[in-house]
Ligand binder design. Sequence first.
Ligand SMILES: [Zn+2]
Length: 416
Amino acid sequence: MTGVSLKELDKVRARLRDGYESFGYLDAGTDYPAFTLPRQLERVPPHRIELSEAETERFERLQAECIKISLHDHLCVFPDPVDQTPDYVREGRVTTAFEGLVDIGYDAVFDALLNGLCRIESKSGWKWQDVIHDLGMRLCDIAHQNMVLVARRVEDIRRAHREGKIAWIVNLEGAAMIENELDRIDILFGLGVRSMGITYSEANALGSGLKETRDGGLTAFGRKAVERMNKVGMLIDCAHAADRTTLDTIETSTAPIVISHIGARALWDSNRLAPDEVLEACAEKGGLIGIEAAPHTTITHDRPEHTIDAYMEHFEYVRDLVGIDHVGFGPDTVYGDHVGLHHLYAPALSIQESRTGADQPHRAEYPQVEYVRGLENPTEASHNILRWLVQRGIPDEDIEKVMGGNALRVLEDAWH
Ligand SMILES: [Zn+2]
């Protein structure tokens, strides 16, 4: 822990609040088509975990002392109405939520780029140039301000914490865009990508995704890709890989891997969540499991309505299963209407196939929510997760681990 007080941190953050808005170096509407965007904070009524005075003091101390890392989020803003999203993404200028980030509690965030996600933009599949365009455009925007820094090594995260900045870590959710070219891993690393999924939900040249009914495991090319990622020093993520593919990746990788946004299938039977065997294998190799909060994912039989309490039930389960050293948070939240996005992209994201087990469709059995109470956007989630841990009386040492210490340990190894 470092001795920065919250007051000092606030002072630094205040200095950094230069009011920069995404693409503020251009004239919206003249230089590029402007889209209507929602409020970045309080788009819906905010929900704050209530704390006593003593708990608030402890929360503020931990907020200042701990290095806090989100293993998976989307720091962009989606248009309002959300059905403008395909045009917005196709335009190729995705807004970073600098306003929302001013108050975010994290020191570092793995930001998943949209074009690393799926066929959101292109009908012809995962296009290499879409990913490069998206990455370059986000980097250009970030280069025009001071609050967010691009993290390329662990020291950058520590520096962000010291200086009250936010370390932006680039993640691609799947590796389909490398096609069958290993050298593209080097190129992506060179351009700043520090974490990549083996597959998104569909199969690719590396292995099977979680929507596939037959999981062929890691392919011969997938093994080579894992080796290359190890050698280059890129973190491997299996959040959307199928079970066998994840187990093969864990076995093949010489570095610990992350399953950055997932929950426990033991609590709710869905392909989007992982069985105990997979969670345990990840931990045994020194890896890390981040708990997912995208709407309607981490619900449980006791709490079928998705709120922060259902979410934290997954955290407690995984912690009890694999130990405090192997769990963290990858809430996968967005600035905008996440539930609306799921409806819009249901076929492309294979939401239905990946959400329910093929044999036991749960679809009708849980209440639909408009947003996840307590975890509506990255900023709200960053505060409420820590508040929840404080409210439950989790010891300082454990909070420090799950909020970021575990991630730092894994990154020291995976990024060498
Ligand atoms: Zn994801």
